[in-house]
Ligand binder design. Structure first.
Ligand SMILES: CC(C)(COP(=O)(O)OP(=O)(O)OC[C@H]1O[C@@H](n2cnc3c(N)ncnc32)[C@H](O)[C@@H]1OP(=O)(O)O)[C@@H](O)C(=O)NCCC(=O)NCCSC(=O)/C=C/CCCCCCCCCCCCC(=O)O
Length: 717
C-alpha cells in the first residue's frame, strides 16, 4: 500500500509501504494511484514527493506476483500518470531504487538520491528487461552507451555515480526525504512540462550501428544462449531509433516474449533460491533462526597460496582483522605483495581507502592463540591438514572456530585430530576466493550449530552466498562433477573429440566446456586425487579400463604421465602457444593419441551426436544431485542449484541442474538414464537413483515440492 500526508503546508508526501523492500505489489500500485489522485486533487498541494518506508525507496516489481495472473493497476500507465501530472513530482531515493522502482523514479520530474543509495535496472538477472518504460526513458535521460551498460549488466550504481551519469538531479548525505521536500517546495511553481523524460529526444550517437553491434557481441559472449540480454539491447536500440510511443510498443513485444519464457522462470527461481539457502538447517534440527553465530573480530589464515591469499583479502574487505601465516619465507614475501595489491585494487574499485592496517603476517602458528577463527588453506593433503589441526588444537584459546578450506576431504577426520571437534567446520571457497560468490559450509557429524552459524555468517559478511552441506567426498559441487567428467572422458573413448564435447556444453550455456575448464584448472589436480584414491593402476588381470569393478577412463592419467597438465604446461586436451597461454587450439597430437588409444583397447569410434553428449554429461550430473538429496547431504534442490550456478558456471538462465531436470521433465530424464545405463551397465553413475524414480512415480512434482520427498539431512561419513 501507500500512505499519504501533506507536509510543509504544500507538499503531498506519498510513502510506499511494503516491507522489507517496498516492492510494487498490486496493493502498492493501487496505493500509488489513489494517493496520486489525492495529491493532484488537493488544491493546497503544489508539488509531490514519493518516498519509501523505512529508508528504502523501492526494490522494484513484486517478483512473487510474476508467477500468477497479474492483478491491480498495471505499472506502465501508472508511471505514465505520474509523469503527466500537472504538479511537479520528486522521487526521494534512499536505500534502493531498483527495476520498477527506478522506472517509477524515471517517471517523476526530479530525482533526489542519498549518496549511498543503490540504483539500477537489474531485470536482466531475472530473465526480463526494464519493461515499464525503463528501456525507453533511461537512454533518453543518460544517453545510449551508459543506458546500455546499466541495462545489459544490471549493475547497481551509487547515488554519487548516478549524479555523474545524470540519472539524478541531486545527491545528499542528509535525510533524503527532508531534502526532497525542500526541493519540492523550491520547484512548486515550475510547470513540469520540460521535465518529462519520455518527451526528451534520445541523445545522438555518432555510430549507432557499431555501438549496438559491439553491445550485442558482448552480451552474447557473456551469457551464451540467454534471451534477456539480447532483448535488452534490442529495446535500447528501439529507444535510440524510434519515437517514444513506438519504442514502448517494441519494449512491450520483447517483454511479452521474455515474461512467459522458461529462462525468466529459471532466473527468478535462482533469485529466491539464493535467499532460501540462508535458511539452513542441520540433521540435529538446529536452524538458522535459532542459532546465534559467534563473533569473529580476528581471524587467521594458514597457507598463503592462491586460495589463502584470496581468503585473506575477502576477510579484510569484510572488516575482519587478519593474521596471514605462511611458513615458506619466499612465499610469504610474495603473498604480502600480492595481498596488498589486491586490497589496493579492490579499494580503488569501491572508492574507499585500502584497509592495509587490518592485516598482519606471520611465519609461524603462534598468533593462533589470539584469534576467534582460523581458516586453514594449506595444500589439499589429508596428512598435512591433520598436522595443522593438531597444532591448532593445542594452541588456540577455548572457543576458537577451526575451519578447513578443503574442496572435498573428510571434515570428521580433521575434527578428530582436535580436542574440540564441535568447533570444526569446512569452508570450501572457490577461486579466486575474494571474487567468487559461493561458499560451501560443510558440517561434520560433530560440528556444533554455532560453528556452522558462524561460518555461514562470516561468508555473508564477505559478500558470499553460503550454502550449508553435509560431509561426504567432494561435498556437493565436486561430488557432482565426478560423473560429469567421467562421461566426458568415456565419450572421447567412444569416438568424439574434446572440441565437440566443449562446443555442445558451451552452446548449452557453460562459459567453458569441460575440457577447456580442465585445461584451465590443471589436469594434475584430478590426477593427484585419483592417485590418492588408489585408482591409477589397474588390478592384475583386469582391463586398464576397469577400476574397482566399474568402467574407468585412464585418458586423463595418460596425458598427465606425458606432462600435459593443461594451460600451465602449454599442452593438455588442447594446445596453447606457450605454457600459461590462454587460447585453446585443437591439437592433432591429441586426436592421434585418441585413435591409438581406441585401437589399443579394441574400441571402434562411432558418431556421437549433440544430444548424446548433452544427455550423458548433464543427466549423469543431475542423477548424482538426486543421490545427494537422497543421502541428505543437501537440504533441498535450491542448495544444489545455487552451488552450481555460483560455483560451477551453470548458466543462470537454466536455473541449476535440479531445476533444469524439472524443466526437461523428470520422466524423460529417468527414461534417458535408463536407456544409457542399459547400454553401459558398467557405469553406475548412469543408474537412475531411487529419489528420481520416486518423484516420477509421484507425478513429477515441481521442484519446490521435492523437499516433501526427502529424509532429514545427515552426514554420510
Ligand atoms: C537489494 C535488495 C532489494 C535488498 O537486498 P537485501 O537487503 O540483501 O535483502 P534480500 O534478502 O535480498 O531481500 C529481502 C527479502 O525481500 C525479498 N525481495 C527483494 N526484492 C523483491 C522483489 N522485487 N519482489 C519480491 N520480493 C523481493 C527477498 O526475496 C527477501 O525475502 P525472502 O528472504 O526471499 O523471503 C535485493 O532484495 C534485490 O536485489 N532485490 C531484487 C531487485 C530487483 O531485481 N528488482 C527488479 C524486479 S523486476 C521489475 O521491477 C520489473 C519491472 C517491470 C514490470 C513490468 C511488468 C509488465 C508486465 C508485462 C508482462 C507482459 C506479459 C504479457 C503476457 C501475455 O501476453 O499474456
Amino acid at each position: 500500500m501507500a500512505q499519504y500526508s501533506r507536509v510543509s503546508g504544500t507538499v503531498g508526501l506519498i510513502t510506499l509501504l511494503n516491507p522489507p523492500v517496498n516492492a510494487l505489489s498490486a496493493a502498492v500500485r493501487q496505493g500509488i494511484v489513489d494517493t496520486m489522485d489525492k495529491a493532484l486533487s488537493d488544491r493546497k498541494v503544489k508539488s509531490v514527493v514519493i518516498c519509501g518506508h523505512n529508508g528504502k525507496f523501492c526494490g522494484g516489481a513484486d517478483i512473487r506476483e510474476f508467477s500468477s495472473p497479474l492483478t491491480g493497476p498495471p505499472l506502465i500507465p501508472l508511471i505514465q500518470g505520474v509523469e503527466s501530472a500537472a504538479k511537479p513530482v520528486v522521487a526521494a531515493i534512499e536505500g534502493v531504487a531498483l527495476g520498477g522502482g527506478l522506472e517509477l523514479a524515471l517517471g517523476c520530474h526530479y530525482r533526489i538520491a542519498h549518496s549511498k543509495a543503490r540504483l539500477g535496472l537489474p531485470e536482466v538477472h531475472l530473465g526480463l528487461l526494464p519493461g515499464a518504460g525503463g528501456s525507453q526513458r533511461l537512454p533518453r535521460l543518460i544517453g545510449v552507451p551508459a543506458a546500455l551498460d546499466l541495462i545489459t549488466t544490471g549493475r547497481h550504481v551509487t547515488g554519487a555515480e548516478a549524479l555523474q551519469l545524470g540519472l539524478v538531479d541531486k545527491v545528499t548525505d542528509r535525510n533524503t526525504v527532508d531534502e526532497a521536500v525542500k526541493f519540492a517546495l523550491s520547484v512548486a511553481d515550475q510547470p513540469p512540462n520540460s521535465r518529462r523524460v519520455s518527451t526528451f529526444p534520445c541523445p545522438r550517437h555518432p555510430d549507432l550501428d557499431a555501438l549496438f553491434e559491439g553491445a550485442m557481441q558482448r552480451v552474447r559472449q557473456r551469457a551464451r544462449g540467454a534471451l534477456a540480454p539480447v532483448a535488452c539491447v534490442q529495446a535500447v536500440r528501439a529507444a535510440a531509433t524510434l519515437p517514444y510511443a513506438q519504442g514502448m510498443e517494441r519494449e512491450r513485444e520483447l517483454m511479452a516474449t521474455l515474461f512467459t519464457s522458461g529462462q525468466a522462470r529459471a532466473q527468478q527461481y535462482h533469485f529466491f533460491a539464493q535467499r532460501a539457502v540462508g535458511r539452513w538447517s542441520m540433521p540435529s534440527g538446529a536452524r538458522w533462526d535459532t542459532t546465534k553465530p559467534g563473533a569473529v573480530h580476528k581471524a587467521m589464515v594458514i597457507g598463503l597460496g592462491t586460495m589463502g591469499r584470496g581468503i585473506s583479502v575477502a576477510l579484510v574487505q569484510a572488516g575482519v582483522s587478519v593474521v596471514a601465516m605462511e611458513t615458506n619465507e619466499k612465499q610469504l614475501m610474495e603473498a604480502k605483495q600480492a595481498i596488498s595489491s589486491m586490497l589496493e585494487r579492490g579499494a580503488k574499485r569501491r572508492g574507499v581507502a585500502p584497509a592495509l592496517d587490518k592485516i598482519g603476517y606471520s611465519s609461524n602458528m603462534e598468533p593462533a592463540a589470539d584469534v576467534d577463527l582460523v581458516i586453514e588453506a594449506v595444500f589439499e593433503d589429508m596428512a598435512l591438514k591433520k598436522k595443522v589441526f593438531q597444532q591448532l588444537s593445542a594452541l588456540c584459546k577455548p572457543g576458537t572456530f577451526l575451519c578447513s578450506n578443503t574442496s572435498g576431504l573428510d571434515i570428521d577426520q580433521l575434527a578428530s585430530e582436535t580436542r574440540h571437534p564441535e568447533l570444526v567446520v569446512g569452508m570450501h571457497f572457490f577461486a579466486p576466493a575474494h571474487v567468487m560468490k559461493l561458499l560451501e559450509v560443510v558440517y561434520g557429524s560433530r560440528s556444533s550449530p554455532q560453528a556452522v552459524a558462524t561460518a555461514m555468517e562470516l561468508g555473508k559478511q564477505m559478500g558470499k552466498v553460503s550454502v550449508a552441506v553435509g560431509n561426504c567426498r567432494g561435498f556437493v559441487g565436486n561430488r557432482m562433477l565426478k560423473p560429469y567428467l567421467e562421461q566426458a572422458f568415456f565419450l572421447l573413448e567412444e569416438g568424439t573429440t574434446p572440441e565437440f564435447v566443449d562446443q555442445v556444453l558451451e552452446e548449452f550455456g557453460f562459459a567453458m566446456g569441460v575440457f577447456r575448464m580442465s585445461d584451465l584448472s590443471g589436469l594434475d589436480v584430478g590426477w593427484r586425487v585419483r592417485k590418492a584414491d588408489g585408482l591409477l593402476n589397474a588390478s592384475e588381470g583386469h582391463s586398464a579400463r576397469i577400476r574397482q569393478g566399474c568402467r574407468y577412463s585412464p585418458l586423463g592419467d595418460l596425458l598427465c604421465e606425458q606432462g600435459r597438465f593443461g594451460q600451465k604446461t602449454g599442452r593438455g586436451w588442447y594446445q596453447y602457444d606457450k605454457p600459461g597461454g590462454r587460447v585453446a587450439k585443437p591439437d592433432p597430437w591429441l586426436h592421434g593419441f585418441l585413435e591409438k588409444f581406441r585401437t589399443q583397447h579394441g574400441l571402434v569410434a562411432r558418431r556421437i551426436d549433440h544430444q548424446e553428449v548433452l544427455e550423458r554429461c548433464l543427466y549423469a550430473l543431475m542423477n548424482e544431485g538426486f543421490r545427494i538429496l537422497e543421502d541428505g547431504i543437501a537440504a533441498g534442490p535450491e542448495d544444489i542449484d545455487v552451488i552450481y550456478v555460483l560455483g560451477y558456471s551453470w548458466p543462470p538462465h537454466r536455473g541449476g541442474p535440479m531445476f533444469y531436470a524439472g524443466m526437461v521433465g523428470l520422466q524423460k530424464v529417468l527414461e534417458r538414464l535408463e536407456h544409457y545405463h542399459q547400454e553401459h551397465p558398467d557405469i553406475p553413475s548412469l543408474k537412475p537413483c531411487n529419489l528420481l524414480r520416486n518423484l516420477v512415480v509421484n507425478g513429477s512434482p515441481p521442484v519446490h515440492k521435492w523437499r516433501e520427498f526427502l529424509k532429514k539431512p545427515q552426514s554420510q561419513l
